[in-house]
Design a protein around this ligand. Structure first.
Ligand SMILES: [Zn+2]
Length: 124
């Protein structure tokens, strides 16, 4: 089960507004790390909407998992969405970060984070 969800869509909207208003350059926000773009291509799931910047249907959601309560190391491990529940059952509670990345223009942004509890473990 999921808990402690944090939504980053307001921050995303504010950033996109800065781009539209010219306060931020496109190069500034189209700087996805090559590893993230690769993860988007190979294990990302299709986002329901097109890329907010280039409007192509190349937007992917990638899940990064950290074991326990959150990142202790700078980078988590990218996993396909369908593998998350099994990973939690095998390794215990996880912290998941969902990131969107456009495999065409390399726009990227954090969408949400949440705790994924291994089934049977206590909430809290
Ligand atoms: Zn794009």
């Amino acid at each position: 089960m999921r808990e402690a969800r944090t939504d980053y869509r307001l921050r995303r909207r504010a950033l996109l507004r800065e781009v539209t208003e010219g306060a931020r350059s496109l190069d500034d926000v189209r700087d996805a790390h090559p590893d993230l773009v690769r993860a988007g291509v190979h294990i990302g799931s299709d986002a329901p909407e097109p890329c907010p910047l280039c409007t192509r249907k190349a937007l992917k959601h990638v899940s990064y998992v950290f074991e326990g309560k959150g990142p202790r190391t700078p980078s988590g491990r990218a996993l396909p969405a369908e593998a998350l529940t099994r990973h939690a059952e095998r390794h215990g509670d996880l912290t998941v970060y969902t990131v969107e990345v456009c495999t065409a223009c390399h726009w990227h942004h954090l969408l949400e984070s949440y705790r994924l509890l291994a089934s049977g473990s206590a909430v809290g």
